[in-house]
Design a protein around this ligand. Structure first.
Ligand code: FAD
Length: 370
């Protein structure tokens, strides 16, 4: 999010400085693992549809500016049972969509997309404009384009304090304090460390990604990226998403919240993945993607900030009006990052964002009593 805000503000001609704990495109936060799902079908809220559409345009603009290919529009699948509220929202989104979309019943889906087994009554939505994003390259490219427009990026600089004095915002990093007119802070899973006063709004979680070979080589040649929706609350959580390697020799999977452990800080969290944590992957594969070998060939750990509602926290800090906080992207922010960059830039300019984000604040409740 930070690199996208930098790119936007740079294009608007501002004198901008970016701070990054590591370096743009690193893999220790929420944006690692080589692939992210881009979809035009949103199951979380219809309010996201225009944001994803705008992100689609901005991905293309960033590709045109940089000459880098950041996405591969392959088509994507959204699968699930219609008894799930998320599947219902996805089906409504398909009905409203201006993009190429098809809804398939279980039998049609298993014929056309034989890599995926479905439960009785399940439906599949083919999202023709869905695809695969390259996250690290996207972050690095947005940052590089921002630098090309004159932005300074201070790598390996940890911001330790942000203070709005009323006549300027003081940012302290590595013992040095600089003054700015406005600050946009997008610290991901580090948000509660930088803003302890907001800790009750966010939960920092460790998310696992695991990569699997097919049981028989070649079985993934036509596989599409997919998302399986969260089922109705009474059911066992079978939420999952998957993204193939570009050469289709393996598939990355991520599972639902049972696999997402709360952490106090990404700085000290455990990266080690026990075999016990891998069991749900094997179980999920046996039920929904038996073409995969159930033991992963690669495992990795990433960190993301979540809100209770799953909706982003994108607004001025409650006690510092010149500090815009962008956090709580809750596992689904990457596809929309360029549009959130534009929203962050609008807010930094003191303007109401051109894109409607009013729905994000609905049902906002603290996660803890902090
Ligand atoms: C495993 C996984 C899979 C996902 N899959 C998808 C998907 O398929 N599709 C999708 O749309 N979304 C997906 N998401 C969500 C998406 O990747 C995140 O919502 C998005 O990357 C969040 O961006 P962010 O800028 O908030 O956090 P980050 O990308 O983590 O960026 C925060 C940055 O702030 C820096 N920072 C933190 N504190 C400081 C400090 N004090 N000083 C200086 N720098 C600091 C960090 O180093 C980091 O670079 C996934 C997330 C995960 C973890």
């Amino acid at each position: 999010m930070g690199s996208q805000v930098l790119w936007q503000l740079a294009k608007r001609g501002y004198d901008v400085t970016g701070y990054e704990l590591f370096a743009p495109g690193h893999s220790r936060g929420a944006a690692g693992g080589e692939t992210r799902l881009f979809r035009t079908i949103q199951m979380e809220d219809h309010g996201y549809a225009p944001i994803a559409d705008r992100a689609d345009e901005l991905y293309r603009a960033l590709e045109a500016d940089s000459g880098q290919q950041l996405r591969d529009i392959t088509g994507a699948l959204v699968m699930g049972h219609p008894s799930s509220p998320d599947t219902q929202t996805a089906l409504e989104a398909a009905e409203r969509s201006a993009h190429p979309v098809r809804v398939l019943d279980r039998e049609e889906s298993m014929r056309e997309f034989p890599e995926f087994a479905l439960d009785p009554g399940d439906v599949t939505i083919w999202d023709g404009h869905g695809g695969i994003i390259r996250p690290e390259l996207t972050v690095a490219t947005a940052a590089a384009q921002a630098q090309r427009h004159g932005v300074t990026i201070l790598r390996r600089h940890r911001v330790t304090a942000i203070e709005d004095t009323g006549s300027g915002v003081h940012v302290t990093a590595d013992g040095q304090t600089r003054q700015f007119d406005r600050v946009v802070a997008a610290p991901g899973a580090w948000t509660s460390l930088l803003f302890p006063e907001l800790a009750g709004l966010f939960e920092m979680r460790r998310l696992l990604s695991a990569w699997f070979f097919p049981a028989v080589p070649g079985q993934l040649e036509r596989v599409l990226p997919f998302l399986r929706t969260k089922p109705a609350q009474t059911e066992k959580n079978t939420y999952a998403y998957g993204l193939p390697y570009a050469d289709r020799t393996a598939m990355k999977l991520g599972l639902g919240s049972d696999q997402e452990a709360r952490v106090d800080s990404p700085d000290t969290a455990d990266y080690y993945v026990t075999d016990t944590l891998l069991e749900p992957f094997a179980e999920w594969i046996g039920r929904y993607m038996p073409v995969l070998d159930p033991y992963p060939m690669r495992i990795a750990t990433y960190f993301e900030s979540f809100t209770a509602s799953g909706r982003e926290y994108v607004q001025a800090h409650p006690q510092m009006e010149n500090v815009i906080v962008m956090a709580g992207f809750s596992g689904h922010g990457f596809k929309m990052a360029p549009a959130f960059g534009e929203i962050g830039a609008d807010l930094a300019e003191g303007r109401t964002p051109a894109l409607d984000i009013g729905f994000l604040q609905r049902d906002e409740v603290p996660l803890t009593a902090a």
